[in-house]
Design a protein around this ligand. Structure first.
Ligand SMILES: [Zn+2]
Length: 340
């Protein structure tokens, strides 16, 4: 009797399940259900356009880069979503940054850029591509016939040397004077660095000071015109061949990037000479610069590649990630890019 009753209940339950399943099927034809489906699709699209959480920069690869490229396409760029943080991606990031008042134009995808992109995505607005920076560089004449002019001088990772020059009209728009000791009191332009490099230099100097060392900053930003004057006077004093070995032609000086500072110490009378490398300060800089995002740009033994003599005093900001990589491998920026 009990058994019979149990099977009756089970049978009823099964029937109920069947009815429920049928009614679920039926509701898919309900117009309100269709709307729900569309909403789900929109939510999926937003999910696909999720911005990467990690910082990204030139030469990075993978799904995070691809996700960023898809967002850039969504907001008005038309770049290839190939997962390679290539020159075009660097340009798009820089162009976007140049159009945002609060962002530093570095070509690097960072937390601040993520926030600005998120805001734009949420409003559904787009940007006008190239309104900040044209995609292609204007051809400019340089003294060297085989010199290319950089299309993106804002790029934190820009390679500037005797083959790759900055445009003559390029002046960084975020120059500031870092709060570090200088061996002179005058308020000269050479005290300046781009904001990102100035912050990093302050940290480097702070750490050196805590280690009981006396660093001074001698020469940072230098305009195209100033470099023109310097090179001309070096040619006059030493001849063109010699001048080319230690001095840069206008446009080809890293100092124009605003990412480079020549540092020295009062222990060698604040001079920019090879002796700096032998001082406690010079050795400390060589060992610790990368922790603050700087590299010794013209290392000893790499003269053939950099086309400059060893300059232990000339440090260039490239960001911590690249600086650590370059320093660990004991390579130059040229070798990092494979353009020796
Ligand atoms: Zn220098």
């Amino acid at each position: 009797m009990l058994k019979k009753y149990a099977s009756y209940v089970i049978g009823l339950l099964m029937l109920l399940l069947l009815v429920t399943a049928c009614s679920t099927d039926e509701t898919t034809n309900d117009p309100s259900q269709e709307n729900d489906n569309n909403e789900t699709k929109t939510a999926d699209a937003a999910e696909e356009l999720k911005l990467p959480e990690t910082d990204l920069q030139k030469m990075d690869e993978g799904t995070a880069v691809q996700a960023l490229q898809e967002v850039l396409n969504e907001i008005g760029y038309s770049i290839t979503s190939n997962g390679n943080f290539d020159d075009t991606t660097t340009w798009a990031v820089t162009d976007f940054q140049l159009q945002q008042e609060d962002l530093l134009a570095l070509g690097v995808y960072n937390a601040e850029t993520k926030e600005a992109l998120e805001e734009l995505l949420s409003t559904g607005d787009t940007v006008e591509a190239e309104a900040g920076l044209p995609l292609d560089a204007e051809e400019a004449s340089t003294s060297h016939e085989d010199t290319h002019v950089l299309a993106n001088p804002y790029d934190q990772l820009a390679l500037v040397n005797k083959q790759y020059a900055l445009p003559s009209d390029y002046t960084p728009d975020d120059l500031v004077v870092p709060d570090v000791p200088f061996p002179f009191d005058e308020d000269l332009p050479q005290k300046q660095l781009r904001a990102v490099a100035a912050d990093a230099l302050e940290e480097l100097f702070q750490a050196a000071d805590e280690a009981g060392l006396d660093l001074v900053a001698q020469s940072g930003y230098r305009s195209y015109d100033r470099q023109d004057t310097i090179f001309a006077s070096n040619v006059e004093a030493h001849g063109e061949e010699a001048a080319n070995n230690f001095s840069a032609q206008p446009g080809e000086s890293e100092h124009q990037t605003g990412l480079t500072m020549d540092v020295t110490t009062p222990h060698i009378n604040n001079e920019l000479t090879i002796e700096f490398g032998e001082t406690a300060e010079g050795k400390w800089v060589e060992e610790h610069a990368a922790e603050y995002g700087f590299i010794i740009r013209y290392p000893e033994g790499k003269e053939e590649i950099t086309e400059y003599q060893f300059e232990p005093w000339h440090i260039r900001y490239v960001g911590e990630k690249t600086a650590q990589e370059i320093t660990a491998q004991a390579i130059t920026l040229e070798e990092y890019y494979g353009v020796e």
